[in-house]
Design a protein around this ligand. Structure first.
Ligand SMILES: Cc1cc2nc3c(=O)[nH]c(=O)nc-3n(C[C@H](O)[C@H](O)[C@H](O)COP(=O)(O)OP(=O)(O)OC[C@H]3O[C@@H](n4cnc5c(N)ncnc54)[C@H](O)[C@@H]3O)c2cc1C
Length: 402
């Protein structure tokens, strides 16, 4: 799909990261030590998975190098049970989207295949962007959506694809309220906060070989500026480093100023590369946790997920259908989870619409039957009802019936 949409991507291989683990004295851990720590971490992860079923308490990593590897296995990568469906279906090569038009270019290219365009731009007035939905009211016949700036939209059905964090946050109020089984399922899904902090430098001071794109820092606090990526391969000459923080560390840095985050990151880089480290000239700190439209980065289901939970998260409530990565059984947490869930939800909605039409037709013929009976030859007096009235009469009945 990326190729078809002409999206620029860059092959990203972080399998070497474990051989680029920096001590806080600037030395790299010897390959043998790193390999041994990695094998132990994988063994411990497998034991943890088995222990989840046997209720034994697994031991947690203690040493900085073990903590760094544990972070890479569980937080940087997704903690998933092998075989990982994404790798099985799409191969295990990962590509970084390195396109100035952003990942959203793909969404616009897809949308152009069904919305009206002019000169390659979407001009379809049915697409309404930057409208914040605050209420969704449904009756037996329609859904009415009201936005923050006072717009009102009415449709027979709605598909709601805000993130699981958005659903948990009550940004949207539902009338009638969502039933207990739905709100309970929504509140039982965990949210991963995953933050990539970008730092721009006046010059590059870190190694730039292809096998040194990913660098790790071993600190006694798990996840403290652990996982670094150089943007040099994807954007040569950009002098940008990206560090990934997750969950509690993400929330911690979101609560402080960007200057404080920069100062902490600089402290780590100086420990890794002292003395050749210039001050970063710019920093970008996304705040996914505090973003009211996201309230986190993506859903995180327990490893041994209860399928009923997922089905309840996904199930429609009346005329409101739910979609998004958190409703994808196979690929939750991923972009392709969002993409496939959109298709699944649309198919389910089309089926429901067909069923509704069939129901309406049945109701119509049921209501028409008395009038039809009257037109049939009857013993006794005959009432002549002109055929063109049948349709109007039955429609009136359906409107009143609802
Ligand atoms: C830092 C980071 C790195 C990631 N890396 C990867 C990766 O490498 N590979 C991968 O596959 N996935 C990755 N993901 C996850 C991926 O981004 C998500 O799985 C994907 O975006 C989910 O798509 P979605 O359409 O389900 O939800 P979203 O992308 O969350 O879209 C929901 C939309 O609803 C809008 N919205 C919310 N509330 C309202 C409202 N009240 N009114 C109107 N609109 C509203 C939001 O603004 C948003 O545009 C990453 C996520 C983050 C944050």
């Amino acid at each position: 799909m990326a190729r078809r949409s002409n999206l620029r991507t860059y092959f990203s291989d972080y399998s070497n990261a474990r051989f680029n683990i920096y001590h806080n004295n600037g030395n790299i851990y010897p390959a043998g030590v790193a390999a041994e720590a990695y094998d132990k971490a994988v063994e411990s992860a497998v034991a943890k998975l088995n222990n989840q079923e046997s209720d034994e308490t697994p031991t947690s990593p203690q040493r900085p190098i073990a903590l760094a590897i544990d972070f890479m296995l569980h937080d940087f990568e997704m903690a998933e049970v092998e075989p990982i469906p994404t790798y099985v279906d799409f191969g295990d090569s990962e590509f970084l989207v390195a396109d100035k038009r952003g990942y959203e270019h793909l969404a616009y290219e897809l949308a152009k295949s069904f919305l009206s365009t002019s000169d390659g731009q979407i001009i379809d007035t049915r697409l309404k962007l930057n409208n914040v939905i605050r209420t969704m009211e449904q009756s037996t016949t329609a859904v009415v959506v009201k936005t923050e700036d006072g717009n009102v939209y009415e449709a027979k059905y709605a598909i709601l694809s805000v993130s699981i964090g958005g659903l948990q946050s009550n940004l949207i109020s539902f009338s009638p309220p969502l039933p207990g089984w739905k709100t309970e399922a929504i509140s039982n899904i965990d949210i991963m906060v995953y933050t990539k902090v970008f730092l721009k430098f006046p010059n590059r001071f870190w190694p730039s070989d292809a096998d040194e794109e990913f660098l790790m820092y071993a600190h006694q606090t798990r996840g403290y500026y652990t996982f670094w990526q150089s943007m040099e391969n994807a954007y040569p000459g950009s002098n940008i480093l990206v560090v990934t923080l997750t969950n509690e560390e993400s929330k911690r840095i979101e609560a402080q100023s960007d200057e404080e985050t920069k100062s902490e990151a600089m402290g780590v880089l100086r420990a890794m590369f002292w003395p050749h480290v210039p001050e970063a000239s710019d920093i970008l700190v996304p705040r996914w946790w505090n973003n009211r439209f996201q309230r986190g980065s993506y859903s995180f289901y327990p490893v041994h997920v209860d399928h009923h939970l997922l089905h309840r998260v996904k199930a429609p409530v009346g005329r409101i259908f739910f979609s998004g990565e958190h409703t994808s059984e196979k690929f939750n947490g991923y972009v392709h989870g969002g993409y496939y869930s959109g298709m699944d939800t649309s198919k389910a909605l089309v089926e429901e619409m067909k069923t509704e039409i069939a129901r309406e037709n049945e109701t119509q013929s049921f209501l028409l039957q008395p009038f039809l009976d009257l037109t049939l030859p009857q013993p006794g007096p005959v009432f002549d009802i002109p055929p063109h009235l049948f349709h109007r009469l039955s429609q009136d009945f359906i409107i009143n019936y609802y």
